[in-house]
Design a protein around this ligand. Structure first.
Ligand SMILES: Nc1ncnc2c1ncn2[C@@H]1O[C@H](COP(=O)(O)OP(=O)(O)OP(=O)(O)O)[C@@H](O)[C@H]1O
Length: 251
């Protein structure tokens, strides 16, 4: 579904990502791990169209995407969350989910002005999807609260809901467990598994919580100083001497 070939990203003289290859298949959970500053978020920014890569190729569902801007990539069905929550803090929870869908589906201005039948049907469907995901993510009781007033854990769930209302094929999660307590992390673990199994979403994950990574990943890529270091199953990665050295070297 997603193929990254020889991805390179330079910032001036700094090579933040150096010839990284990566693949995400249907219904897979794949994690990208590595010490701080390894280049993980930069890889995500290139894949999701926030940065234009300096080199390499990225394809999604057999179409090249490395020259596309972020909004076009999300329309193709690949959406992401951010390391630092980015919601519309002054809008209500439900409004955040409706806006996400408006930006995704092109509803013409005229159709909106004249409230055509087709427009009303799409509005209803958007509301149904929003309600469905609020229930799934235990946010229905706060549907009318301003997003900025939610607890941190709720905001992180809302970010995932905001992705899921667009019914994506692939979901990129940037440190979803950061700042969560152990119970919230366990719920997140369960949720990510459900997204894969029940909604057929392929998931690419950046995460520092090794318990979560080892538990849910089908495969793991390790990057160090922008370069690929190892790839394999959780078991293989856990026992890889190069990986152990890279992590211990950091400590
Ligand atoms: N926009 C940018 N301009 C210049 N340098 C950048 C930019 N974004 C990232 N970098 C640099 O690229 C390198 C990789 O950063 P990146 O944020 O991708 O690492 P990371 O693995 O996601 O780190 P962390 O685990 O701390 O989030 C770092 O040296 C960083 O300073």
């Amino acid at each position: 579904m997603l193929r990254v070939k020889d991805l390179t990203m330079r910032f001036g003289g700094l090579v933040a990502v150096d010839q990284v290859n990566l693949e995400l298949k249907e219904q897979e959970i794949v994690s990208v791990i590595g010490p701080n500053g390894a280049g993980k978020t930069t890889i995500f920014n290139c894949i999701s169209g926030f940065y234009k890569p300096s080199g390499g190729e990225i394809s999604f569902r057999n179409a090249p995407i490395h020259n596309l801007p972020d909004y076009k990539i999300s329309k193709l069905g690949m959406v992401r969350t951010f390391q630092h929550v980015r919601l519309f803090g002054n809008m209500t929870v439900i409004e955040n989910l409706l806006v996400a869908q408006h930006r995704h589906v092109n509803t013409g201005l005229l159709a909106g002005l004249f409230a055509t039948k087709d427009y009303r049907r799409r509005e209803e469907e958007a509301m149904e999807r929003a309600t469905y995901w609020l229930e799934k993510l235990d946010l229905i009781k706060v549907a009318n609260r301003e997003a900025g007033n939610l607890s941190y854990g709720q905001q992180r769930r809302l970010e995932i809901a905001r992705c899921m209302v667009t019914e994506p094929h692939a979901l990129l999660l940037d440190e979803p467990a950061a700042g969560l307590n152990p119970r919230e992390t366990r719920d997140l673990n369960e949720l990510i598994m459900r997204l894969k199994l029940d909604y057929n979403v392929a998931i690419l994950l950046i995460e520092h919580d090794m318990g979560l990574v080892m538990d849910i990943s089908d495969r793991i890529y390790v990057v160090n100083q922008g370069r690929p270091l190892a790839t394999g199953t959780p078991e293989e990665i856990r026992n890889n001497p190069e990986v152990i050295k890279a992590y211990l070297g950091e400590a």
